[in-house]
Design a protein around this ligand. Structure first.
Ligand SMILES: NC(=O)c1ccc[n+]([C@@H]2O[C@H](COP(=O)([O-])OP(=O)(O)OC[C@H]3O[C@@H](n4cnc5c(N)ncnc54)[C@H](OP(=O)(O)O)[C@@H]3O)[C@@H](O)[C@H]2O)c1
Length: 295
């Protein structure tokens, strides 16, 4: 029988445990604080930021809501980041991507104080992750790793195929699953748009993680029996009745083969949101030299 891994339930459990840690911090007079920076009038970006703020409020993380005119020069954003970097009350800074054309995303990431980089994208944090000494794991791959652990999926010795090599999902996840630690020790293959015969790779994998941004790219015919399938993709597709969200996996046909599978929505998405809270709480500890040994 196929297990559908319930990301909402796992994320809810994680949020409950984070709330306990935030209560502990309160006894020391500390309120973790996340600053969100929005330099866009894209409705989707506005929605993402307000969701992140309400997630914070739910668990007791304070927020700073900074909005910058999308037509402003890049220096306006950099000055804002300098102010947030030097503000002792701010633990984490999240710049909603993408930024407007006059601002290079890579420059934004480098401008952040790495201790406040709760997305885990700063080169210093990427380097620590690759070396096996992560400070902040990027939220989506961290969510995937946590889901696998929670579902009792053994990664040690497993053949894992990741479809997608982006800096925010595929590459960091590959590094995390390679590490000589619990939740790692996998043999990892990373596929991408130039991969010859994707199905040959996915079809021999114990674990397939689809993060390509292509609706229903991976279907049951491309999977080994009893594999574990994690669907990171979120794609809006038009239907006769309007539009709907689908993943990078054809859920029905994949479910016939998979031993466990994540749905879209309700799989990886809620975990990404929860891991931002986790990193913010971790930042509040690290910045004050308080011990944080996970949850
Ligand atoms: N659930 C969440 O919380 C969450 C978080 C982040 C992203 N996402 C979703 O995850 C998906 C991926 O996001 P992303 O930011 O990583 O995307 P991205 O930056 O566009 O990267 C997509 C990757 O998939 C590869 N790819 C594209 N088409 C392919 C194909 N036909 N066969 C094999 N590989 C292919 C690309 O290869 P090349 O490198 O060769 O171009 C690229 O490496 C999107 O649907 C996004 O919305 C979800």
């Amino acid at each position: 029988m196929t297990t559908v891994i319930d990301g909402n339930a796992v994320a809810s459990d994680l949020r409950d445990r984070l709330t306990g840690r935030i209560d502990d911090l309160a006894t020391e007079g500390v309120t973790p604080t996340l600053a969100t920076v929005l330099m866009s009038d894209d409705p989707a970006s506005e929605t993402y930021v307000s969701m992140k703020q309400s997630d914070c409020e739910e668990v007791g993380i304070a927020t700073r809501d900074v909005e910058i005119d999308p037509d402003a020069p890049a220096e306006r954003l950099f000055d804002t980041l300098d102010d947030l970097n030097s503000d002792p009350e701010v633990d984490g800074v999240l710049v909603q991507m993408p930024t407007p054309d006059q601002v290079a995303d890579s420059e934004v990431i480098r401008r952040l104080d790495p201790m406040k980089d709760v997305d885990g994208f700063h080169p210093e944090n990427v380097g620590l992750l690759v070396r096996g000494d992560p400070r902040y794991k990027p939220c989506t791959p961290h969510g995937v790793q946590h889901l696998l652990d929670h579902a009792g999926v053994e990664t040690e010795g497993a053949d894992v195929v990741i479809v997608g090599r982006s800096n925010i999902v595929g590459k960091p996840l590959a590094n995390m699953l390679l590490q000589k630690t619990a939740g790692g020790n996998a043999t990892v293959t990373v596929c991408h748009s130039r991969t010859d015969d994707l199905a040959a790779h996915t079809g021999r994998a114990d674990i397939v993680v689809a993060a390509a941004g292509v609706p229903e790219l991976v279907d049951g015919s491309m999977l080994a029996e009893d594999s574990v399938v994690i669907d990171v993709g979120v794609n809006r597709v038009e239907t006769e009745d309007g539009s709907t969200l689908v993943g990078d996996v054809a859920f029905d046909s994949a479910s016939e083969l998979a031993s466990a599978i994540t749905p879209v929505p309700g799989g990886v998405g809620p975990m990404t949101r929860a891991m931002l809270l986790y990193n913010t709480v971790k930042a509040a500890h690290l910045r004050r030299d308080l011990a944080f040994d996970g949850l």
